[in-house]
Design a protein around this ligand. Structure first.
Ligand code: SF4
Length: 360
């Protein structure tokens, strides 16, 4: 066994965090945990994981659940395509594999929403397949330990890191090795200010001995982000509101939202009331402005959303609104899966006892 390998596994046995999926080889649990943890910190992810597994203890439970319920449970975690893909894949595995998870890297990776990393995690943790798992923690640790200056985001770099991890992997216990190297990166070789003085590898670590810890790993220049401007209309008719489901292949697909005008630049209210959608929504009606919210800025990985919420009271409902939107009771908004951005605003509809407030 490689010396690095043995050191990591011994360290892991003493230092690993006690997480519910750690002592399991159930591929469904590993899959759910890996997908949740892809863009989420462990503390927050843990709460969602427990709730998810309680509601959907097996892949069959998930496959049989309505997608709206799954998205509702996912609310607040972001990157909703993860939940949609999981639901899709659960159905596929339920049908094609009678609910039994495929047991090898190639077959696991064929499924929607399961990339190389997740497939490797499931194949090695659950089926002891000798395939390396290279996540952000592993990139960082390997880059620093061996002084690898290839970009972690280039095709060449990814291949290099993959091969490096593969050369270290323990052939007897690849699952434990993969968990150990990931945990070491997460807890010891941290992104900022790692405590190298206590590190088991400090004497052989390239980054430590050459004082280039902050320069590694090398990432590509920042991805450009685009700005989108959202104007939501919370249209109140008696105790009713109007919502729609997002259908396009875009962020937040299948989540619910208020009637929306989206633009590429900021609009003043005078411009909004001239918009075609506005005219249709309020045809033959005198809408009464109750409130225009402050600006809500919402950051996604490649997009910045700038949003305002217009609260508008009407005494009559236009045909367009009736035909194209769902009419719901105000207090029922909590029952629908909505983006976190909207939730930040709608949480103000309710007091601490979750009673609906009379006005927005
Ligand atoms: S010595 Fe520091 S930089 Fe090197 S592996 Fe250990 S924690 Fe990471």
């Amino acid at each position: 066994m490689h010396i690095i390998n043995r050191t990591l596994i011994n360290w892991y046995k003493l230092n690993k965090r006690d997480l519910p999926w750690r002592n399991s080889t159930d591929p469904y649990l590993i899959w759910v945990s890996e997908i949740i943890l892809q863009q989420t910190r462990v503390n927050q992810g843990l709460e969602y994981f427990n709730r998810f597994i309680k509601k959907y203890p097996t892949i069959i439970h998930l496959a049989n659940a309505p997608i709206d319920d799954v998205l509702k449970l996912w609310q607040g975690l972001g990157y909703y395509s993860r939940a949609r893909n999981m639901h899709f894949t659960a159905k596929k595995i339920a049908t094609d594999y009678s609910g039994k998870f495929p047991d090898n890297y190639i077959d696991i990776k064929k499924h929607k929403g399961i990339g190389e990393y997740t497939a490797a995690a499931i194949a090695s943790f659950c089926f002891n397949e000798q395939v390396p798992v290279v996540d952000g923690n592993v990139y960082r640790f390997l880059a620093r330990l061996f002084g690898i200056f290839e970009s972690t985001q280039s095709v060449k770099g990814k291949k290099y890191f993959f091969e490096k991890a593969k050369s270290l992997i323990d052939n007897k216990n690849p699952g434990e090795f993969n968990q150990a190297i990931m945990e070491f990166g997460a807890l010891q070789c941290t992104p900022k200010n790692p405590d190298c003085s206590v590190c088991l590898f400090k004497l052989s670590c390239y980054a430590y001995t050459n004082s280039v810890i902050e320069q590694l790993p090398v990432k590509k220049s920042k991805i450009k982000t685009t700005s989108r401007y959202f104007y939501y209309f919370i249209i109140i008719y008696q105790d009713k509101l109007f919502i729609e489901q997002r259908k396009e292949n875009d962020i937040w697909k299948l989540l619910y939202q208020f009637p929306l005008i989206e633009t590429k630049m900021h609009l003043e209210t005078e411009e909004i009331v001239k918009n075609e959608l506005w005219k249709k929504l309020f045809e033959g009606i005198e809408p009464e402005f109750l409130n225009i919210s402050d600006l809500y800025k919402h950051q996604l990985s490649h997009q910045t959303i700038f949003a305002h919420f217009y609260s508008i009271k009407i005494n009559k409902v236009s045909q367009y609104l009736l035909n194209n939107y769902l009419t719901i009771k105000k207090q029922d908004i909590n029952k629908y899966g909505i983006p976190r951005l909207i939730e930040k605003y709608t949480s103000k509809f309710f007091n601490k006892k979750n009673e609906v407030l009379p006005l927005i």
